[in-house]
Write a protein that binds this ligand. Structure first.
Ligand SMILES: *Cc1c(COP(=O)(O)O)cnc(C)c1O
Length: 433
């Protein structure tokens, strides 16, 4: 097989072998990272099409290049499906990621030197809304909403006070540790009074909103939703912007996307997003319900087993996410690494009372139930998972024995659910012969 001129073939094959190994690793592991998911067979097919090799700059039917006649019809369809799922006047399916969506909106509504209000990093805010992320790239300053640890949410009275003082052009909401709905309704009068554009970053909870099981930000005072399309919405790594606003503001958003912050918009991922939106219109409600049920079950089981699960007062969570203080179990870093050695994958996370400097060894871990739900976990399976986690961290059972147990348990979940067609997850699909 080795041709003399194929001097670097072995290097390529080395990478390919590692990719196969990676698939196998995830096939044998329990995936609990709150920002990840797996795709359906039809959506995955879209990623492999010729769409991924083409350019379509601008908006449908007004392109700069030829060759987009079919792309235009696809993009119109994806946009319509997004409008239907989110009950919104406007959708832009072009952003390449959640961060890109945020950059486009920041570009549209702010000028360098402006101050905007955002959730604090320690309160679960995302790096793209931090001074060293996209917000800083736009040259903006931030003021953070006060956080209430008991409620695991921004503090309403303090936030109203801050908004009245700062009168930001842009009020930014939404987090990466997103346990409970943002109190938008309670802030609505203040936001209207000061005339801020209200942006809700739904990267994490987009699939729950589409499944009508979280909050409905566009009906509660937000004009713009930004999001990633691969967290609780189980689509491709891509972004989306959704709007219920004036035509004038929406045009600004569209210009913020192109030419503001991207040129081509990865047409294969956009098509995969369209398939995912259609699937979510059919299955999203059942999927989102089960995700949340599973998260709440995991919260109460882990709490019963002795873990310090935050948000207890409000039932631990109303989303896919749990935040757990593991400072008495060795800290976030040690716990996450120990679980990884037993094939349970999750991440360490800052908690609201942690200093940002502790981000490499914070007090917490974060868990999301969206991917395990996608492969069929129900409440009884979640109870078994809680036992496994407790056996590893609290009972300190032998890691090798536990890894074997986790692999055995995982091997019983063999089908991607809540989508069209049947598909075994984590398969390696070979094209090279
Ligand atoms: C994940 C996330 C993003 C960024 O998403 P990418 O698609 O990874 O760029 C933005 N905001 C929040 C709140 C997130 O959690």
């Amino acid at each position: 097989m080795l041709n003399k001129s194929d001097e670097f073939l072995e290097d390529a094959l080395f990478i390919r072998e590692l990719a196969m190994k990676h698939n196998k690793f995830f096939e044998e592991s329990i995936p609990l990272i709150a920002s990840e998911n797996i795709m359906s067979p039809m959506a995955m097919e879209m990623l492999l099409t010729d769409l991924g090799f083409r350019y379509a700059e601008g908006l449908p039917h007004k392109r700069y290049y030829q060759g987009n006649q079919i792309v235009d019809i696809i993009e119109d369809k994806v946009t319509d499906l997004g409008r239907a799922l989110f009950n919104a006047k406007y959708v832009d399916p072009r952003p390449l990621s959640g961060t890109n969506s945020n950059m486009a909106v920041l570009y549209a509504f702010t000028k360098p030197g402006d101050t905007i209000t955002t959730p604090a990093l320690s309160g679960g805010g995302h790096i793209s809304s931090a001074p060293f992320g996209a917000v800083g790239f736009r040259g903006l300053k931030t003021l953070n909403y006060p956080f209430d640890v008991d409620e695991m949410n921004i503090n309403v009275d303090g936030t109203i006070k801050l908004l009245k003082q700062a009168k930001p052009k842009l009020a930014w909401f939404g987090q990466s540790v997103f346990l409970f709905p943002t109190p938008l309704k309670e802030l609505r009068d203040t936001l209207e009074e000061i005339g801020s554009t209200v942006v809700y970053d739904a990267a994490h909870v987009l699939g729950l909103i589409g499944g009508k099981q979280f909050q409905d930000p566009l009906r509660e005072g937000a004009q713009i939703i930004t999001g990633s399309t691969h967290k609780t919405l189980p689509g491709p790594q891509h972004g989306i912007i959704i709007g219920e606003t004036t035509e004038e503001k929406w045009k600004k958003v569209q210009r913020g996307v192109f030419p503001g912050t991207l040129s081509n918009h990865h047409l294969n991922a956009m098509a995969a997003l369209g398939v995912t939106l259609a699937e979510h219109l059919d299955y999203g409600e059942a999927y989102a319900k089960q995700i949340i049920k599973n998260a709440q079950t995991l919260g109460s089981e882990l709490s019963k087993l002795g873990f310090n699960v935050l948000g207890e007062k409000n039932g631990f969570t109303k989303s896919h996410t749990l935040a757990i203080d593991v400072s008495k179990n060795g800290g976030g870093k040690e716990v996450a690494e120990k679980l990884e050695s037993c094939n349970i994958i999750l991440n360490k996370n800052l908690l609201p009372y942690d200093d940002n400097k502790k981000s490499m060894n914070p007090s917490g871990i974060r868990i999301g139930t969206q991917e395990v739900t996608r492969i069929g976990f129900k409440e009884a399976d979640i109870k078994e998972l809680a036992e496994l986690i407790s056996d590893i961290i609290i009972k300190k059972k032998d890691p090798e024995v536990m890894a074997e147990k986790v692999r055995d348990f995982k091997s019983t979940f063999n089908e991607v659910q809540y989508c069209f067609g049947k598909f075994k997850p984590y398969q390696y699909i070979e094209l090279f012969k």
